[in-house]
Design a protein around this ligand. Sequence first.
Ligand SMILES: Cc1cc2nc3c(=O)[nH]c(=O)nc-3n(C[C@H](O)[C@H](O)[C@H](O)COP(=O)(O)OP(=O)(O)OC[C@H]3O[C@@H](n4cnc5c(N)ncnc54)[C@H](O)[C@@H]3O)c2cc1C
Length: 380
Amino acid sequence: MKIAILGAGVAGVASAIAFKLKGHDVTVVERRDADTNIGAGIVVWPNAAFVLDRFGVLDDMAAVAGRPRAMQRLSRHGDDLGALDIGLIDGRMGYPSLSILRGDFQRILLARLQALGVDVRYGHNVVRIDAGTVVHFDDGSTLAADLVVGADGRMASCARRYVTGDATPVYQGFINWIGICEGDFDADTILDYWGTGERFGIVPVGRDKAYWAGGAAQATIGARNPDDYRDELQRIFADWPEPVRRVIAAAPAARINKIYVHDHDPVPTWHRDKLVMIGDAAHAALPTSGQGACQALEDAWHLANCVDAHPANLDQALAAFTALRFQKTAGITMAGRGLAASLFNRDEAFCRERDRASRQADFAGLAAAMADGWRRHLPL
Ligand SMILES: Cc1cc2nc3c(=O)[nH]c(=O)nc-3n(C[C@H](O)[C@H](O)[C@H](O)COP(=O)(O)OP(=O)(O)OC[C@H]3O[C@@H](n4cnc5c(N)ncnc54)[C@H](O)[C@@H]3O)c2cc1C
């Protein structure tokens, strides 16, 4: 089958690998001129590690990744709010959790794609889709395919507009500044500091580097000026614990990014004609879900399997794929919103109560629930 994939982010590249491994004729088109990305790092949870293993890249990822064992919650004064045992999640799911820089993650996926003989056509900006099979670019050229996979992200997806008539994401009232940093870190422990309407997370990738994210509630979308990012962070987190201040001071300014964080309301329809949307185009979840890229990988694996299982009926294949994926991804989107609503709440009394509840939480039960939710529909 001739398959056109829109977007060379996680979902697009992973989907290209999955379809190519099943022998399809795959073309990936990407509007960026080259392989660049604005991200810092991701945690590959065991459900995603399973998919990466099936794609033949898990060992390459593990070779450059960290292997965090715990996520330690702390107040913005450094008080212990309890810790999630990541080893329990890994043990229950049978695959490791890995922390990896976004650049390494994308480079390894792309290398696999190239080894399979698929090139990404950069500088191809999709502007319109006809009949779910003809893709139009801004230079007037077109690409026809038997199946179009829309993996063009959360902010203005042509695929989502084609399927649902609207691709406008929902601003969720907080900013994330993200970056990477070298230094001396406890490789085993992710640090997650909770304030009042503010949060700071530090994720080690081995002993000598980490990626991090600082978040703060902000009701409306404002300016983005890269020259100001470090000052903004230093103002907000001025009296937070030393690891936070150290990371902000040490982060290379050119690698700090600022994101007004959006997601999408879940929609149960993901396909129209011969086009199906996947990844953030279909179900963008907030970073507080921790699962955006992981779910994009799951989409890629499941979609190729569904198409394989219904060789004579693409409509059935796409309906089966959507039915399989909708509830799991919608649950993750809503969980991300729930945590964000709690973390970015500016009410002092609410946050005091939230922190008290965290200190008394059943973290072993939480780890088991997370593992059971994430392994759904996977042979783990
Ligand atoms: C601050 C932040 C932190 C995050 N942290 C994590 C994390 O720790 N763990 C995790 O699992 N997830 C995380 N996520 C979520 C994760 O980044 C996304 O869910 C994941 O990247 C989705 O991949 P995607 O391929 O669907 O979309 P994208 O990565 O956005 O890729 C879409 C691609 O489509 C291209 N494109 C768009 N429009 C067009 C067009 N018209 N023509 C051609 N190409 C087009 C884009 O250039 C882009 O390359 C985070 C997200 C944010 C915002």
